[in-house]
Design a protein around this ligand. Structure first.
Ligand code: PXP
Length: 233
């Protein structure tokens, strides 16, 4: 079985930094620490409102990081321009609403078809591997493939919430399993993210088709007690 990889999302180091309006803690330091501790990649989400990561973070991190950077962006012209300027090896396209606290669900590939197509083409022309953050829906995954996506990242938020609240999660787990298996059958690599914790990863990591987990908030909050290195390891 291929090894499961870990992508560490460091957005919330920037959230803490921005709370003071100073330049510490430095997300670059966290990115380099993640690299040292064996993370396969680092993820940052450059939001339209720049509530955590900003363009200077992107520039500094991409310059210094030796493991791949996965940049999450909304499907907008502004973000495409930034992505093409910095050319990270991976881009994950996510839905974005100004008023949301965090990414609430997968992108509606059907609805955003006309916007996504040209953006994915442009990124791929520049040798960037593209991922779409989707709900575990077979129809959405089919469309992601048709649009030329290389990877899907499955939104595991609802499953993880049920694990956390000790509710029956079997339905959500089965849907994720079916989605991952379908994605692999049509040649898409599967990643999983959103809300993943030490508890929720127990079942998720048994899904053979899942190649990578992108984990952010849990790692940063656990790092307060265990340290970043111990949590990542
Ligand atoms: N993957 C994607 C596409 C996301 O948008 C997020 C949240 O920014 C994550 C993974 C990480 O989620 P969490 O911070 O809950 O681990």
């Amino acid at each position: 079985m291929p090894k499961i990889r870990l992508g560490v999302n460091i957005d919330h180091v920037a959230t803490v930094r921005n709370a003071r309006g100073e330049n510490y803690p430095d997300p670059l330091r966290a990115a380099l620490q993640a690299e040292k501790c064996g993370a396969e990649s680092v993820t940052i989400h450059l939001r339209e409102d720049r509530r955590h990561i900003n363009e200077l973070d992107l520039k500094r991190i991409i310059t210094k990081l030796r493991i791949p950077l996965n940049l999450e962006i909304a499907a907008t012209k502004e973000m495409l321009k930034i992505a093409l300027k910095r050319k990270p090896p991976f881009i994950c396209i996510v839905p974005e609403k100004r008023e949301e606290v965090t990414t609430e669900g997968g992108i509606d590939v059907k609805r955003s078809h006309n916007v996504l197509g040209p953006i994915i083409n442009e990124l791929k022309k520049n040798n960037i591997r593209v991922s779409l953050f989707v709900d575990s829906s077979i129809d959405q995954i089919k469309l992601a493939k048709e649009l030329g996506s290389d990877i899907i990242e499955i939104h595991a938020g609802e499953f993880c919430r049920k694990v956390h609240d000790r509710l029956d999660f079997q339905k959500e787990l089965n849907t994720i399993k079916e989605a991952a298996s379908f994605a692999e059958s049509i040649g898409l690599e599967t990643h999983v993210g959103h809300g993943v914790t030490f508890d929720s990863i127990v079942e998720l990591s048994k899904i053979n088709e899942v190649r990578k987990f992108n984990i952010g908030q849990f790692i940063i909050r656990e790092a307060l007690f265990l340290g970043l290195e111990a949590t990542i390891k």
